[in-house]
Design a binder for this molecule. Structure first.
Ligand code: URA
Length: 425
C-alpha cells in the first residue's frame, strides 16, 4: 500500500477500506509516515469527510492502537461521563460524587486543558495531595469502595488518537465531525464503560458553535456507541455564557464546594442535576424523573456532599489546604440595567491571560488566578454594584475594562437561553 494513493483516493471522495485507514494510522504511530504525509491524510478527511462505515473503522483502529480497561470486576452499574469542555465547566467535580452516592460507579479519565478552557485534571491538581496518576488496581479499588475516581487520561489508551489529535491541533484541523467523533469515542470505548453520557457544549465558549453541527456530532457518537453495543446518550448544553460563577482552576473547586453547601448558580445546578439524573436513570434502568428525585434528595440530605469529601480524601487530596493565593481586584458596574449576556470567549481569554491556561502541555499554570462573577445572566445591576472579582498574580494592563466588556448590560431584560438544548439517544 502507498500513502499517496490512499490520500488521493480520499481526495477523489472515494470510500476507504479498513485496511487502508489502518495502514495510515498504524504507520503514523510507528513513525513510518511523517507529520507532513499524515497532515495530508487528515486534510483529505477534513475536506471530504468520512462515511459512517469509515468512521467506525477509524474508531476501531484507534481503540486497538492502545490498551482497553476491563471494568467487569466492579460490583455495581457503571457510567462514564464526558464533557467536550467549556468555560467554567466544573460539572465532573459535582456530578461524579452525586452519581456515586446513588450507587453507580463513575470511572473518569480526564485530560489537561489546552487553549482557553481548563481541564478537569488541572482543577483537581489545585487540591494539595490529590493523586491523578493511580495504578489500574487502585482505580478499580476506588470504584468498588468510594464509587467514583477521577484520574488523568492513561497514556496507553487510544495511542493513535493521542498522536493524531496533537497533530490536528497543530495544523488547525480539529473541527471535523468524523474526526472528533472517532477521537472522543475511541477513548471512551477503550475506557471500558458500557454506558456513557456526553455533555456536548454548544456556543461561543465551545468548539461546537452551532446546534446543527453539534447535533450531527452527537448522532455520530451515539451511532458509534451502538456499533459497540454501548448505551451512549448525548446532551447538547448551552455554552454561550460561562457555566457557574467561578472561572479558574482552584476557584472552580471552591465553587463545587459551595455547590454541595447549597450555594449554587441556577444554571450550574440545572445542568448538574440533569446530567446526574441521566447517568443514574440509564445505568439503573429507572425513569428520568425517579432518578431526578433521587439526585435532589442526595443533595438535600448531604450524602452527595459527604461522597465529594470522601472521594477527594481517598485520592489523597486535602481540601482544607486548598488555597487561593492571589491579589483581588473588584470590578464595579458603570451602568444600571439587566445583564443580558456574558461573553464566555472573552472571559476565558482573560482568565487564560491571567495564567490559568496553557498553550503547550508542558506549560506551567497558576491554579489560583481567575474570575469570580458576582452577577450572572438575567441579574439586575445598578451603577456602582460589584460585577465580579479578578484574582491575579500578574497584573494585566487592560484587565479591568476587559472584565467590564464581558457583560452586556441593557435597560430591558431579555429572555435567557435555556441551558439544556436537547438530548440525543
Ligand atoms: N476532544 C477530543 O478528545 N477529540 C477531539 O477531536 C475534539 C475534542
Amino acid at each position: 500500500m502507498k500513502a499517496v494513493e490512499i490520500i488521493e483516493k480520499k481526495n477523489n471522495k472515494e470510500e476507504l477500506t479498513y485496511k487502508e485507514i489502518e495502514y495510515m494510522v498504524n504507520s503514523y504511530v510507528k513513525g513510518k509516515i511523517n507529520d507532513n504525509t499524515m497532515s495530508d491524510f487528515v486534510w483529505s478527511i477534513y475536506n471530504n469527510t468520512l462515511s459512517m462505515e469509515e468512521t467506525y473503522y477509524l474508531t476501531d483502529i484507534m481503540i486497538k492502537s492502545g490498551e482497553t480497561i476491563d471494568l467487569s470486576s466492579i460490583d455495581k452499574p457503571v457510567c462514564d461521563k464526558h464533557s467536550t469542555g467549556g468555560v467554567g465547566d466544573k460539572i465532573t467535580l459535582i456530578v461524579s460524587p452525586i452519581v456515586a452516592a446513588a450507587g453507580v460507579a463513575v470511572p473518569k479519565m480526564s485530560g489537561r486543558g489546552l487553549g482557553l478552557t481548563g481541564g478537569t485534571v488541572d482543577k483537581l491538581e489545585s487540591i494539595p495531595g490529590y493523586k491523578l496518576n493511580v495504578s489500574k488496581k487502585e482505580f478499580l479499588r476506588l470504584l468498588n469502595t468510594v464509587g467514583c475516581a477521577v484520574i488523568s487520561q492513561s497514556e496507553k489508551i487510544a495511542v493513535a488518537d493521542k498522536k493524531i489529535y496533537a497533530l490536528r491541533n497543530e495544523i488547525g484541523a480539529v473541527d471535523s465531525i468524523p474526526l472528533i467523533a472517532s477521537s472522543i469515542m475511541s477513548k471512551k470505548i477503550a475506557s471500558g464503560s458500557d454506558t456513557i453520557v456526553i455533555d456536548l457544549k454548544v456556543g461561543k465558549g465551545a468548539f461546537m458553535t452551532n446546534i446543527k453541527d453539534a447535533t450531527k456530532l452527537a448522532k455520530t457518537m451515539v451511532q458509534i456507541g451502538k456499533y459497540y453495543g454501548k448505551k451512549v446518550i448525548c446532551t447538547l448544553s448551552d455554552m454561550n455564557i460561562p457555566l457557574g460563577l467561578n472561572i479558574g482552576n482552584a476557584l472552580e473547586v471552591k465553587e463545587a464546594i459551595n455547590f454541595f453547601n447549597g450555594k449554587y448558580d441556577k444554571r450550574l445546578y440545572e445542568l448538574s442535576v440533569y446530567i446526574s439524573s441521566l447517568m443514574i436513570s440509564v445505568s439503573k434502568n429507572i425513569s428520568f424523573n425517579s432518578a431526578k428525585k433521587l439526585v435532589i434528595n442526595l443533595l438535600e440530605c448531604g450524602h452527595a456532599k459527604n461522597k465529594f469529601y470522601e472521594w477527594i480524601k481517598e485520592q489523597g487530596g486535602d481540601i482544607k489546604k486548598l488555597k487561593i493565593t492571589a491579589y483581588k481586584k473588584y470590578i464595579y458596574s458603570d451602568e444600571t440595567g439587566y445583564i443580558n449576556n456574558i461573553d464566555s470567549h472573552k472571559l476565558s481569554k482573560l482568565v487564560f491571560d491571567l495564567g490559568a491556561g496553557r498553550v503547550k502541555k508542558t506549560d506551567k499554570i497558576d491554579y489560583s488566578v481567575g474570575v469570580v462573577l458576582n452577577k450572572t445572566i438575567g441579574s439586575k445591576v445598578t451603577k456602582g454594584e460589584l460585577l465580579g472579582t479578578i484574582y491575579y498574580n500578574k497584573k494585566l494592563e487592560d484587565m479591568n475594562t476587559t472584565l467590564k466588556e464581558c457583560f452586556k448590560i441593557e435597560k430591558r431584560k431579555r429572555k435567557n437561553k435555556k441551558i439544556i438544548i436537547k438530548t440525543i439517544k
